[in-house]
Ligand binder design. Sequence first.
Ligand code: PLP
Length: 392
Amino acid sequence: MDGWTSFTMPRAYFDHNATTPPDPAVIEAVTRALGEDFGNASSVHHFGQRAKALLDQARTAVGQLIGAEPAEIVFTSGGTESDNLALRGAAEALEPTGKRHIITNGIEHEAVLNTVKALVKRGWTSTLLPVDATGIVSPAALASAMTRETAIVSVMHANNEIGTIQPIADLAAIAHEHGALVHTDAVQSVGKIPVDVRTLGVDLLTLSAHKFNGPKGAGALWIRRGTRLVSTMTGGKHERNRRGGTENVPGIAGLGVAARLAQGKLSTEAARIAALRDRLEHGILRSVTGTVVNGALTPRVPNTTNISFDGVEAESLLIALDLEGFAVSTGSACSSGTLEPSHVLRAMNLPSHRTQNSIRFSLGAGNSEAQVDALLAALPLVVGKLRTLVRR
Ligand code: PLP
């Protein structure tokens, strides 16, 4: 804990689903790799082999974190690239079969949604599965959407806004019965809860280092052995011909250290964070009137709660809390002066007053009970003030 406080005090950071502060051991590994192990991992000489050794260590650590063989891990620049490689790479490999239908759902991250849109532009058809009011994709809905043309099914493991965990193993079994490939974006679950690719039963899994105290710009796609994928980053023979380009050795070394640390403390840290999240959630529901939690309470990643505050505009609450020293986030995106409600909450068919006043609190390694209590002390006053302004 001590290593963390300097990053977060006196401000308290409750936005770990956006990104996390790198662990001090990660910063050390990245710095060392940047300075001392600067070789090109493809070079045969001593410098190159030192860099290659770092990649090998990271590949093993990431593989162990998700129950995969090291050779099945392809390093990328992060979650967005892994989602692109999974969907575009699988689509291109499967096009000769004539199957060109992809199924996903309305609460995916834009990295998946916009990639599916790009596939539609090149002649694919797509189905966006509905989610229920708690944000869950039902296996029955998938079963009825599957057709003989369905080549790929992509459903995220945990949602970034509400934390809800999808029944991936059940969904994957249905997709496989129909001969489709299954991808899951596990950016928000890896490092927070145990993730095992064999238990999930998927073929492709996306992860990103900066969501579990690793550096930005480093991630991986797990590709089940034997899965055909066309490289989307054409270039040299890096990553066994699956992703061209000189590897980001410092970033990948940091990813490896973050993966090892996450695995070592997964159960204890998940329990600690869940207790803090629940303290925060129960405290808000108790002390601030007109509040309701969005999304399934369970199964949910332990660090996330998304709460709507009646009669308060989310953006104003975010700014007011920031002024008090608390960093949170809204599900909404403010674009060209208009406040767009979260596409996730909209897909859950929540009424507009709930989609426009929701705040996401996402906890992580740096958070303490004292920070949660300070936030709980500030919130009723801040919300009360904003509600008075609205009523004027
Ligand atoms: N997928 C999900 C569910 C995410 O939450 C994010 C980041 O917010 C991404 C993908 C994109 O990951 P990256 O920032 O590493 O590109």
